[in-house]
Write a protein that binds this ligand. Structure first.
Ligand code: CA
Length: 215
């Protein structure tokens, strides 16, 4: 996802929180960086501060919507800026959080909006012997809950969102890691292997030379 936020302390704490939850997050501290990032990357979700040093986040949002970009956008506004919230929703924002916000609330809104962005309103799914609650980030195998680390969950959730499409290793790396994170060459293979141990070997199929797909 993309975090657009110019307040350094807030940006740092949000980045730490979101990355700890297994999200790959790019940070844009101003409108120009946000425009550049949105032009080249496909994000699952954008968290958008409105007051930026070189302009308004609203302008960035309006431009993206005018260009046909439907990436879910959550705007972050101050408590007393009701007019900003209305303007943000009118400009095409999907949701908003009011600063100072509870990080758990932000996480829940991100999950809901990212799901909506993939056209997946339902949160409970049954896949073979697995039951999955995407909103709560929980999975059960034959009735017993399986504990996944944040990155294992992020990989699994990305595959769930792909709905039977084969995902290349590069696409999975992009989903799991931010621009600035060094990636070990076999990281995806390692996470796939852990997921197979925890969820069942048959859950993830390898398509040789292509990538991975949920069975
Ligand atoms: Ca700001």
């Amino acid at each position: 996802m993309l975090l657009v936020e110019d307040t350094t302390d807030l940006a740092a704490s949000l980045l730490a929180h979101l990355r700890a939850q297994g999200h790959a997050v790019d940070l844009a501290p101003d409108a120009e960086t946000a425009r550049a990032a949105l032009a080249v990357s496909d994000y699952a979700c954008v968290i958008l501060d409105l007051g930026l040093p070189d302009g308004s986040g609203l302008d960035v949002l309006r431009e993206r919507r005018a260009a046909g970009d439907s990436t879910p956008v959550i705007i972050a506004t101050a408590r007393d800026q009701i007019a900003d919230r209305i303007a943000g929703l009118d400009a095409g924002a999907d949701d908003y959080v009011v600063k100072p916000f509870d990080l758990r609330e932000l996480s829940a809104r991100i999950r809901a909006n990212a799901r909506r962005g993939q056209g997946l309103p339902e949160t409970r799914l049954a896949i073979g012997a697995l039951e999955v609650d995407r909103a709560a980030a929980r999975v059960w195998r034959e009735g017993g809950e399986v504990r996944l680390t944040s990155r294992e969950w992020a990989l699994f959730d990305t595959m769930l969102g792909a709905r039977g499409r084969v995902l290349t290793k590069a696409a999975l790396e992009e989903a799991l890691y931010a621009f600035d994170t060094p990636i070990e060459g076999n990281a995806i293979e390692v996470y796939v292997s852990r997921l197979r141990q925890k969820l069942g070997a048959e859950v993830i199929e390898t398509r040789r030379g292509l990538g991975y797909v949920l069975s």
